[in-house]
Write a protein that binds this ligand. Sequence first.
Ligand SMILES: *Cc1c(COP(=O)(O)O)cnc(C)c1O
Length: 368
Amino acid sequence: MPLQQNMNNSLNFSGGPGALPATVLAQVQEAIICVPEVGLSILGISHRSEWFAEVVRELENNIRRLLGLDQGYHVLFLQGGATQQFSMVPMTLLHGKTEPPEYLHTGYWSGKVLGEARKETKLRVLWSGESDGFHRLPADEELDFSATAPYLHYVSNETVEGLQFHRVLGRDDVPRVCDMSSDFLSKPCEADRFGIIYAHAQKNIGPAGVTVVLIRDELLQDMPDNLPGWLDYRSHIKAHSNYNTPPVFAIYVVLLVTRWLLDDIGGLNAMNTLNQRKAALLYEALDQSDGFYQGRAAMADRSLMNVVFNLATPELEQRFLAASRDAGFSGLSGHRAIGGIRASIYNGLELHAVEKLIDFMLEFQKTR
Ligand SMILES: *Cc1c(COP(=O)(O)O)cnc(C)c1O
């Protein structure tokens, strides 16, 4: 018997876990009962099976192909979310270093990063948008990168405030570490200019439970030797992301998403074109609303993934959200930290859903 479809899933603008492509969901539905080539449910396949080793190999390979990543990098699939990386990065990179690492404080998530990093090290906050309420990102002139920092950390897309860097920051002689959780595989990202990139799956490329980490091999040369096994990247490298029981299901779904990116979408340039189109339409709708809908982020720093906006009053915003739910939309309320409205338009969210949202917004403005 076919399972009942949730008719509104295509209108899910959730900030995360985010909506996944319908074709991927159909494959997942089948795999829950039986992965065709194995004859078992994905939920009961051993992580020590040859089949799963091949899943990990193919996924690693797909990510390398999508990003054009060279062999100098390890590709890992870890648990603990992006949050675990907030700590693992300083635990790994600061051994024997005396200079402080540099961090940017550009929004809610980079604030969380700072909180964890400070437990490991003294650090230098190179720039903070906190006093400004995180409405914009720094320009190059505002950033005085040190040549002697052990690394630079920043968040490429601030998911809560809807701010995204549209360039690579920092110096080529200082390793860049970037949390790309909410824009990974949404566009090409010049991955080989980074020392470490980490991104959990649940915004753009899969369900919660797995975090992709790309790490340049040379950064592991002088790691401390006393880390717990799980917190030592080398354990996971040696075990091919199978050090302890990995999240087999989540990793399989991410594999399906990378196949979709390669075969159906046609790679990251094509994905970027689609994402640009969705974002341009939605921002245009905000900008042409005579101020009824006010974009939160500075124009130059607007995120292609999270379109954050306000209406005149919190009451009007609540009415907008209630009406949007009645119309079949979900996930549009802003993050609890800042309120307002947030339309997250990750890879899996289709253009027609954005068009429907714009129609709804026009209608709401007319009839309120
Ligand atoms: C959602 C989010 C996180 C939190 O990740 P967890 O997997 O829940 O630990 C971290 N960074 C960014 C940029 C996010 O958007």
